[in-house]
Ligand binder design. Structure first.
Ligand code: G4P
Length: 524
């Protein structure tokens, strides 16, 4: 019998992994895919990552996306669950891409290096999750190396993230003697991920537990397990779902420890697709009407065609191949004739997809980041964020005859989210804005290769950009009129104020108290 919408939704788990570089995100991803049967051999994901070491390699790879092994989303099954793991770029220059991806997940797995603890990028990504109330599951990795004391790690998470912790498993030994994990609530041990089932034991002092360690380490293990069971907070589902508490797992992704504990827990209590907030109402995942939003656009998936894949997250109903959807921004219908699912190494036509699923929709520039698709209802999803760029440049074109072509190309790049584009009110050349310098390299390369437009970037006199708005439209217009030379419009026509430095921005903000200056704007 065909699966009903509520059944399909209940099985789905859509998440991302957040980590500081080197903590083990790639290795963990690979093990999750391996245990989920999505890849056959460990090393495939890593092999891809290793190739992307230098900038030029990165761009070549980017162009060769059509054959890449890792795509933006990886789907695998484990037990009864369907997991959608959304990939986030490792390099912080592409942070805005990561933030957009986080708008499409229901929870995140935070990977921490057991020796290094909470590192700067973990902290930053965690803050984005907190802003969106995304529940976090913690995986403390590299327990097979010299690690910090387990209580110390838990304490650091609590202190640095202001987040309650509930250890679910406890490491049996660490470093060279790391020998498995102890499940605190179940009183059961797993010596490695090769064991599909855990072994029930009577308690920490069972020989099946302490016997795994050299004699001199046994008293410490018994003591810390007793303390953990008495003093640590128990897991509380509500608190986890609300983002106040993180369940913590320990392991070694490289050496196959603790990954099964993690994946089973994601299935058992990871949230299924949540209700999504739209402008007019909350949309429940189990509603019959299809709705979805675009959170990422990938160009050049196939180098022979200038097609773009828009990645949409389905929010409700059933997305079926061949259905007609409404693109709410334009009000126009759009035929979803070839939606695709992505696996670790391949893509297949998606006949049907449910809330939580991520589907790639090939198109020639119809879809933009932030777009909403529905079966007819006029609703817009909010929350795919746009961050004020930190680098602003004017694009210098060698051949003035190609100005129109450049304008079109920049418009496309901006719709894909590669850069942000601002058109000054005074008619001067467009300004592009990026969060990280590497994005400029990608822009230059793509304009050159795809549009034969060799460009360079000039410093602009501005370094700060803020979206401006006001309750009183007359007041906003007065501000705009008084600052013509410093106002530009973004892709949607919304006004931004450009300032040469923070001092200039603060000066205006103090004088014009009725004007809001925002560093983040939701798409739409
Ligand atoms: P990332 O995606 O978060 O950047 O991390 P990645 O998985 O690439 O892991 C970074 C390094 O840490 C790799 O070593 C990887 O093998 C190692 N690693 C990952 N998980 C574990 C673990 O549980 N235990 C130990 N001991 N090491 C782990 P590398 O030296 O960069 O690469 P390689 O040549 O050793 O594979």
């Amino acid at each position: 019998m065909a699966e009903t919408i509520p059944q399909a939704v209940a099985r789905r788990r859509t998440f991302a992994i957040i980590a500081h570089p080197d903590a083990g995100k790639t290795t963990l991803t690979e093990k999750l895919l391996l245990f989920g049967g999505a890849i056959q051999l460990a090393g495939e994901v890593k092999a891809k990552k290793d190739k992307i070491q230098t900038r030029s390699d990165w761009m070549k790879i980017e162009r060769e996306r059509g054959i890449s092994v890792v795509t933006s989303v990886m789907t695998f099954e484990y037990g009864d669950n369907v997991f959608n793991l959304l990939d986030t770029p490792g390099h912080e220059d592409f942070a805005d891409d990561t933030y957009r991806t986080l708008s499409a997940v229901d929870f995140a797995v935070m990977v921490i290096d057991a020796a290094k603890g909470i590192e700067p990028r973990t902290l930053k990504l965690f803050e984005v999750c907190r802003m969106r109330d995304i529940p976090i599951v913690t995986f403390v990795n590299k327990m097979d190396r010299d690690a910090r004391d387990t209580f110390e790690i838990l304490d650091e998470i609590e202190q640095k993230l202001a987040l309650d912790t509930a250890p679910m498993t406890w490491p049996i030994g660490q470093g060279k003697t790391f020998a498995g994990t102890y499940h605190l609530a179940e009183n059961a041990v797993r010596r490695s991920d090769a064991e599909v089932e855990r072994t029930k034991v009577n308690g920490p002092d069972s020989d099946k537990v302490v016997g795994l360690l050299p004699q001199n380490e046994q008293p410490h293990l018994i003591e810390s397990l007793d303390l953990a069971r008495e003093a640590c907070r128990p897991f509380d589902l509500k608190s986890f779902r609300e983002g106040h508490l993180t369940p913590v797992f320990f392991g070694s992704a490289l050496r196959n420890y603790g990954v099964r504990d993690l994946i089973e827990a994601l299935g058992a209590f990871g949230p299924s697709p949540r209700a999504q907030e739209a402008d007019s109402r909350m949309v429940q995942a189990t509603e019959p009407g299809m709705s979805a939003f675009v959170f990422k656009i990938q160009a050049n998936m196939d180098p022979n065609h200038r097609d773009r894949i828009a990645f949409v997250r389905v929010c409700s109903g059933k997305l079926e191949r061949g259905m007609k959807a409404k693109l709410v921004r334009t009000g126009k219908p759009m035929s979803l004739s070839a939606p695709q699912f992505f696996f670790a190494r391949s893509r297949i036509t998606a006949d049907e997809a449910f809330a939580g699923d991520v589907v790639g929709i090939p198109n020639h520039g119809t879809l933009r980041i932030g777009d909403t698709l529905t079966e007819g209802e006029n609703l817009l999803f909010r929350g795919v964020p746009n961050f004020a760029p930190e680098i602003l440049r004017r694009v210098r074109l060698g051949d003035a005859m190609k100005a129109k072509k450049l304008k079109e190309a920049l418009q496309q790049m901006a719709e894909e989210g590669v850069v942000q584009l601002f058109s000054p009110e005074d008619g001067s050349p467009a300004i592009v804005g990026v969060v990280g310098a590497l994005q400029l390299d990608v822009l230059r390369e793509r304009l050159n290769v795809e549009y034969t437009l060799p460009v360079d970037f000039e410093m602009s006199r501005f370094s700060i950009c803020r979206w401006i708005s006001a309750q009183d439209r007359i007041e906003l217009q007065r501000f705009i009129d008084a600052h013509r030379g410093d106002i530009a419009r973004d892709l949607d026509g919304d006004p931004v104020f450009l300032a040469p430095h923070a001092f200039g921005l603060n000066y205006e903000a103090e004088r014009w108290t009725a004007i809001r200056f925002d560093a983040v704007k939701d798409y739409q």
